[in-house]
Ligand binder design. Structure first.
Ligand code: NDP
Ligand code: MG
Length: 386
């Protein structure tokens, strides 16, 4: 049996992982589970899964968590420091499924103390890719991606050398607005943007999928994860979300990984790596499916993709700038302060400002935090004029 900790168990990825643990209960011993604000779900998962430690990131919920878990024998703690302490508890597998920048530091710490880092928090690679890779190398930690595209690429790369890779083709569903005219995108609201046609995910990543900022983040994530040059990265829309991504090699051959649009596959693969364990997911029926479509991305309608390429070309902490601006813009969109298309304007503004600086190539996590805070403040100020 392997020990496992799940950070962000109350979220979409976390709950899917919890179901896998129930299904594979003879494979894992649960060490830590964490939540952010959702005390009821955290308590429910604690009772269901019996971890050793239960951590709620928002300290204000400690009293409620304690009362919900009265009579149980869990070690309960709360707050940001408690979260970092929990990431320092050695385990075989640490699943990092906190959403956004708050998850980055947690991944960096867990990378030191786990044998396998099953990484869903894509912001960790976008904001701190080189730091995370260095920690994993130093500590001999295996970094296994959970993001479905990266899990697909990772699986296609097994037994291959990065030197023979000609292209990496990231697939995307196109999101809810793929067929919406650009003029009509100006007025869409967060509820419309969050209704993804194929995948069931958390609110923030669903809206990022609608704007293609998610795909843009995934381009940066791919570069950081596989150390591949920017000109080898491609994006194609695969509306059925059956092909999760592909790798093309120097002999013209292409490997693809296919499966149903269900994150269980990628989560199960990452937490069991290098083994494959059986999963109760839907099996593809090709006779029923009949066709797979491929469509190019409209770069005018979805400027996020070009902005990601720009961030990768700038280098330094441009990934952290990209993410901070995107997260701040999303916060403003969620409260109706800016429109859907303004989010890209915010990210472009932040990259323009960052490019005027002396680009720092050697940085530590504190520099990233400072840059993150600065970018959010600047985007908020600029957005008042939108
Ligand atoms: P959700 O919004 O559903 O869940 C986010 C989790 O993070 C919750 O457990 C939440 O706690 C916790 N959280 C939020 N803020 C904080 C904080 N400040 N401190 C500690 N914990 C916090 O997100 P998803 O599950 O959709 O996504 C998780 C990560 O995985 C993201 O980085 C996303 O990009 C990535 N990912 C997700 C996919 C998906 O299918 N959902 C696919 C590929 C990648 P609470 O709810 O209790 O407040
Ligand atoms: Mg993805």
């Amino acid at each position: 049996m392997r020990t496992i900790s799940i950070f962000g168990i109350t979220g979409s990825i976390g709950q899917t992982a919890a179901n896998i643990l129930v299904e594979q209960s003879n494979k894992f011993i649960l060490t830590v589970i964490t939540g952010g604000d959702n005390v009821a779900e955290l308590a429910k998962q604690a009772i269901r899964l019996s971890p050793k430690y239960v951590v709620i990131a928002n300290e204000a919920h400690l009293y409620e968590l304690r009362s919900l878990l009265m009579g149980y024998n869990f070690e309960i703690s709360a707050g940001r420091q408690a979260l970092m302490d929990a990431a320092s508890i050695p385990v075989d597998v640490s699943l990092q499924a906190i959403v956004g920048f708050p998850g980055v530091q947690c991944s960096l710490i867990a990378a030191k103390f786990s044998k396998t880092l099953a990484l869903a928090n894509k912001e960790s690679l976008v904001c701190a890719g080189p730091l995370l890779q260095k920690i994993c190398t130093t500590n001999n930690t295996k970094l296994v991606p959970v993001d479905s595209e990266h899990s697909a690429i990772f699986q296609c790369m097994l037994g291959e050398s990065i030197l023979s890779v000609e292209r990496i083709i990231l697939t995307g569903s196109g999101g809810p607005f793929f067929n919406t005219a650009i003029e009509n995108l100006k007025h869409v609201n967060s509820k419309q943007a969050a209704s993804h046609p194929r995948w069931s995910m958390g609110q923030r990543i669903s809206i990022d999928s609608a704007s293609m900022f998610n795909k843009a983040m995934e381009l940066i994530e791919t570069k950081e994860l596989f150390d591949v040059s920017i000109d080898k990265l491609e994006v194609i829309i695969q509306p059925q979300s059956i092909i999760h991504s592909m790798v093309g090699f120097n002999d013209g051959s292409i490997k693809a990984q296919l499966g149903p649009a269900d994150m269980s596959g990628a989560i199960g693969y990452a937490i069991n790596f290098p083994k494959r364990e059986s999963l109760l997911v839907e099996r593809l029926n090709f006779a029923k499916l009949r066709q797979l479509d491929f469509l190019p991305v409209d770069q005018l309608k979805f400027p996020a993709i070009n902005l990601a390429t720009r961030a990768m070309n700038i280098g330094g902490m441009a990934g952290a700038v990209f993410n901070a601006a995107k997260e701040q813009a999303l916060d403003l969109f969620l409260i109706d302060n800016i429109g859907f298309l303004d989010m890209a304007i915010c990210v472009e503004f932040a990259l323009n400002e960052y490019e005027l600086n002396q680009i720092k190539h050697n940085y530590i996590f504190e520099d990233i935090m400072e840059q993150d805070t600065h970018t959010r403040v600047r985007v908020k100020e600029m957005a008042k004029g939108l």
